[in-house]
Design a protein around this ligand. Structure first.
Ligand code: SF4
Ligand code: SF4
Length: 424
């Protein structure tokens, strides 16, 4: 079993224990203890929902600051395609790429260019007859962690091609070495500009044995104002962008799936929706499909909590930006569609499933029946005043000795009332 280093954390002094995040966490990872939120590290999938809903900005994501790139001699920016949707009236991606050079990067490698390669390799992968279908996209780290924690039976359905960010990092490093052979490996720094905290966690944890080739992740939010002041619309800029419609499309839900050029696909976004889809795949309750694209954030990566712009506006901007682009600018040879070994990963990491109560099966069954019995005795109103998101979760905490039955104030009150009635 592997431990996981998270990016989402609580700024404790800012939290007043209001319970908003408690009710929105999709994996019931949050409890209120001693007046503030506590995140269960084993359950958290770094989806960022708690960051999105906290009225006091007490939930945050641990990103790096741009000046941490100063330690590298050659600095490469990897902009996520979502970045292009953050700017009003942008009609040429090169203004963004030029802005990145102006704020201190030596080179830029677009993640959307690598995404076009992943689309091409996915089309080739889907020609295999011996793979488990439907194939589930591996691009959203929230989905990967959710599957490993809650739907481990679906892990063989995951496309075992590394996500575009990793392929971009690898290609960017190779390009730097090619163009500047004098650079040593540790003098090249790769910085991903991220829309979401899950990608920050992915870089820290990698994929099982696979270590990320990205050195630093900064958020779109953190870089936005510096970048917008450096961008000069209408000025002469070098032609650098190497993305087509497919690559830019990856920023929004459905963009990856439509690029497989096969109508037997499903694309779902938003954490509750993807959980429903995974449930249905696990129960065999879906039509025969080739490919499933799932994004933890509503609208896809444009809905990430580390972005600036409303996801629907960002999506509309990207649609107009895509209009004049070629379908793709990154292809694989028709004569050799084999997928290079270095962009494949073997297995997704295996974590302790969140549904497992104990390592012993008989003990788990005993605990399950105790939880059910206790839940039936609780008020059943899921008020959250005990510090757990539901009466079922509270019953589980009590049985696991992580909470005290007296923490349910409604039950306490009813017991007192009952005792008073008997006295009278
Ligand atoms: S939403 Fe959660 S983190 Fe934010 S103040 Fe309320 S309890 Fe604390
Ligand atoms: S990041 Fe997501 S899974 Fe983790 S505590 Fe927040 S809402 Fe729950």
């Amino acid at each position: 079993m592997i431990t996981y280093e998270h990016s989402v954390y609580l700024d404790t002094p800012k939290c007043n224990g209001c319970t908003t995040c408690l009710k929105h966490c999709p994996t019931q990872a949050i409890r209120i203890r001693d007046g503030h939120a506590v995140i269960n590290q084993e359950r958290c999938i770094d989806c960022g929902e708690c960051i999105r809903v906290c009225p006091n900005s007490a939930k945050k994501a641990k990103c790096k600051k741009l000046d941490e790139m100063d330690k590298f001699k050659w600095k490469i920016a990897l902009p996520a395609p979502t970045l292009y949707g953050q700017f009003d009236n942008l009609d040429d991606i090169d203004y963004v790429l030029d802005g990145l050079l102006k704020i201190g990067f030596d080179d830029v490698f677009e993640v959307s260019a690598a995404a076009e390669l992943v689309s091409a390799y996915t089309r080739s992968y889907l020609k295999n007859t011996d793979i488990k279908r439907p194939v589930i996209s591996s691009a959203c780290p929230v989905v990967i962690r959710l599957i490993s924690l809650r739907f481990p039976s679906l892990k063989d359905n995951i496309l075992n091609i590394l996500p575009p960010m990793e392929i971009a990092a690898d290609l960017a490093r190779k390009k730097a070495k090619r163009e500047h052979p004098e650079l040593k490996d540790d003098e090249i720094g790769v910085c991903f500009i991220s829309p979401c905290p899950a990608k920050v966690s992915y870089v820290r944890n990698g994929f099982g044995d696979y270590k990320s080739k990205v050195d630093i992740v900064v958020s779109i939010k953190d870089i936005y104002f510096q970048l917008i002041s450096a961008m000069k619309y209408g000025s002469e800029v070098k032609s650098m962008s190497n993305s087509g419609m497919i690559g830019i499309g990856w920023a929004s839900s459905g963009g990856e799936a439509t690029a497989i050029f096969n109508e037997k696909y499903l694309a779902a976004d938003g954490i509750d929706n993807i959980i429903r889809v995974l449930d249905q795949i696990e129960n065999g309750n879906i039509p025969p499909l080739e490919f499933i694209e799932l994004n933890g954030c509503t609208g896809g990566c444009v809905g990430g909590v580390l972005t600036i712009q409303n996801p629907f506006i960002a999506k509309a901007r990207l649609q107009s930006l895509r209009r004049y682009l070629p379908v793709s600018q990154n292809f694989i040879s028709k004569d050799d569609e084999s997928i290079p070994q270095e962009i494949l990963f073997d297995e997704i990491p295996v974590y302790k499933p969140i549904s497992r109560l104990s390592d012993s099966m008989s003990e788990s069954i005993r605990m399950m029946s105790e939880i059910q019995k206790l839940k039936d005795e609780l008020p059943g109103i899921d008020c959250g005043s005990c510090g757990a998101p539901s009466c079922r979760a509270f019953a589980e905490d009590v049985v696991k000795r992580e909470a005290n039955l007296d923490d349910c104030l409604i039950r306490q009150h009813r017991l007192k009332e009952g005792a008073g009635g008997n006295d009278g």
